[in-house]
Design a protein around this ligand. Structure first.
Ligand SMILES: *[C@@H]1O[C@H](CO)[C@@H](O)[C@H](O)[C@H]1NC(C)=O
Ligand SMILES: *[C@@H]1O[C@H](CO)[C@@H](O)[C@H](O)[C@H]1NC(C)=O
Ligand SMILES: *[C@@H]1O[C@H](CO)[C@@H](O)[C@H](O)[C@H]1NC(C)=O
Ligand SMILES: *[C@@H]1O[C@H](CO)[C@@H](O)[C@H](O)[C@H]1NC(C)=O
Ligand SMILES: *[C@@H]1O[C@H](CO)[C@@H](O)[C@H](O)[C@H]1NC(C)=O
Ligand SMILES: *[C@@H]1O[C@H](CO)[C@@H](O)[C@H](O)[C@H]1NC(C)=O
Length: 435
């Protein structure tokens, strides 16, 4: 009863505000834009449980959001005409899958300097919550949630993201942000607040200790930055992000990072050893059952990556100038050149800090280790998988990921000798981008 009453109150207030806003916007924008019909509003729905748990506050919020869509769009249209798309800010989405070197490539942007707000894998929370709440089996629902959270984060708004963080942030403060330490901008002042020791809390940044993350401060810091970049391994289909390209508040660029699927499998078998126990079993004995779910999953992953890349490379109008394909192998061989190309594509300055970071982190020798380490001799690392994957598993990958491998220029091997002969390159020289 009380909630209903509150919602109606919010609505009345909202309508009054809308009326006012409409008047103001009409005055400024009538000269610039002819009268337009309303657009389809943003639709969003978290699972029933989630809404309940948050006391209906989320549904109230989303209704309010809907009520504002029309006036907001008009204001944005006006802003766009005055300042250019996205108000001159750039929004970069580094889209990859696990074990393709995305942490490493993400650093290219994380290290850009004071003008960059970089987030490392924020969709981790979304996937986790959806898995918990609904089993995470509804791919359509996940894709929508990913898209909406990404949109808000690019706009420096953490509200929707907060609903996925567990435990729920209190007063917009959380000690549970996944890999906070991987975002420089969350680990420097003013977002890094003084650290006060409390027993059960772990929220340190790498180089220094910070108090729990105040998302209001994070949002303020984000708004002050010229550019925003997000790395994610969770978006399956580029097409699902199309609404972001149509949002006049955003000037979004997608960088899709791919890697030889044989190398990815080899790397996953080491990094996610428990999850890949079937593959490990097949590696040592017996035949690989080609219709096993694990094999189908591999095929599904490869197909998603290929379909996204095909969409991007076709350069449909909504992606024109907004899509770049990068192979991890090229980055490993020519890190500086590839980073420079990515920066040119993104339309942001390639700073001395980035160059320095790349120099420091691509020539390192053996001392760095750990499966998530980005500090590796990259040209050496890139071929290591050829000695760790048995030929028969490489064959399975070639069979189910064939079209994906051909698209990206990864050469097939027909015998073990070729696989392990380092003098034979398995990489076709290939150019992908026409932006
Ligand atoms: C949104 O979620 C609520 C709560 O589960 C449900 O009743 C409603 O039908 C959903 N709406 C849509 C459009 O899916
Ligand atoms: C939910 O509502 C109850 C009772 O109205 C209140 O005590 C509680 O603080 C609310 N929780 C949230 C997260 O708003
Ligand atoms: C904003 O601009 C877009 C594209 O120019 C147009 O389709 C849309 O109707 C406009 N929205 C409003 C509310 O004016
Ligand atoms: C999956 O999610 C979509 C979008 O929220 C919804 O329309 C659809 O009914 C869901 N499907 C299932 C099987 O729950
Ligand atoms: C978080 O930061 C905002 C903005 O500076 C501040 O108003 C708020 O009090 C902070 N929250 C907490 C719990 O310290
Ligand atoms: C990195 O590896 C390549 C290829 O094995 C080698 O030529 C180069 O000397 C190595 N660089 C360093 C700094 O270890």
């Amino acid at each position: 009863m009380r909630i209903k009453y509150t919602i109606s109150l919010i609505f009345i207030v909202a309508i009054v505000i809308i009326e006012k806003e409409n008047n103001i916007i009409s005055k400024v924008s009538d000269k610039l834009t002819p009268k337009q019909t309303p657009q389809t509003p943003l639709q969003y729905n978290v699972s029933a449980h989630l809404v309940l748990k948050h006391n209906g506050s989320y549904s109230a919020f989303s209704k309010l959001d809907l009520a504002f869509v029309h006036p907001r769009r008009r204001l944005e249209n006006f802003t766009e005409q005055v300042e250019g798309r996205g108000g001159g800010k750039k929004h970069i989405l580094l889209m990859a899958t696990t074990r393709t070197g995305s942490s490493f490539v993400g650093e290219f942007f994380n290290q850009q300097g004071a003008n960059m707000f970089y987030l490392f894998e924020p969709l981790w929370h979304v996937e986790k919550m959806l898995t918990l709440e609904t089993g995470g089996t509804n791919a359509t629902a996940s894709a929508k949630a990913y898209r909406d959270v990404l949109r808000q984060l690019f706009l420096c708004d953490f509200a929707l993201m907060e609903t996925f963080i567990n435990p729920l942030p209190v007063d917009h403060v959380t000690a549970a942000l996944f890999r906070r330490e991987s975002s420089s901008s969350l680990c420097v002042e003013p977002v890094c607040t003084p650290f006060v020791k409390k027993v059960f809390e772990r929220y340190h940044c790498k180089a220094r200790r910070c108090g729990p993350l105040n998302l209001t401060l994070a949002s303020e810091s984000c708004r002050q930055k010229e550019h925003r970049a997000i790395k994610t391994v969770r978006v399956r289909q580029l097409e699902t992000l199309r609404p972001l390209t149509e949002d006049p508040r955003l000037d979004v660029r997608f960088i899709q990072l791919v890697r030889d699927p044989r190398a990815v499998l080899a790397s996953r078998m080491v990094a996610f050893s428990a999850k890949y126990k079937n593959w490990k079993k097949w590696a040592v004995d017996g035949e690989v059952p080609i219709d096993d779910d694990e094999v189908k999953k591999l095929k599904g992953n490869c197909d998603n990556i290929r379909v996204s890349a095909e969409a991007g490379l076709k350069q449909p109008y909504w992606l024109r100038g907004r899509y770049m394909l990068v192979r991890y192998e090229d980055i490993a061989r020519f890190p500086m050149q590839k980073a420079a190309e990515m920066y040119t594509f993104a339309g942001i300055p390639f700073t001395p800090q980035v160059k320095e970071w790349i120099l420091k982190n691509t020539q390192a020798s053996k001392e760095a280790s750990g499966v998530y380490s980005t500090q590796k001799n990259s040209s050496e690392q890139v071929e290591k998988w050829r000695f760790s994957i048995p030929f028969k598993l490489a064959q399975v990958v070639q069979k189910v990921c064939g079209p994906t491998m051909r698209l990206f220029g990864y050469k097939f091997v027909n015998d073990e000798t070729t696989l392990t002969d380092k003098t034979i390159s398995l990489l076709e020289e290939k150019m992908f981008n026409f932006y």
